[in-house]
Design a protein. Structure first.
Length: 62
């Protein structure tokens, strides 16, 4: 699963993904897995876009 965050402001894009947001993403993934009968492992990756700079972070967690 990939979470994408974008900003044109001065703050860091990664600041927009906090523990509460990650918990919501995890609940959504769990629901998706239950609904579709999926039992495989997964990871969450983050793509941060700030102006013309793109950063990719694999397997994020708090």
């Amino acid at each position: 699963f990939i979470e994408v965050k974008f900003t044109q402001n001065d703050y860091e894009v990664s600041e927009r993904l906090d523990r509460k947001k990650l918990e919501k993403i995890l609940k959504t993934i769990e629901f998706y897995h239950l609904k579709n009968g999926i039992s495989s492992d997964f990871q969450i990756d983050l793509i941060c876009i700030k102006n013309d700079v793109i950063q990719f972070c694999e397997n994020i967690s708090f």
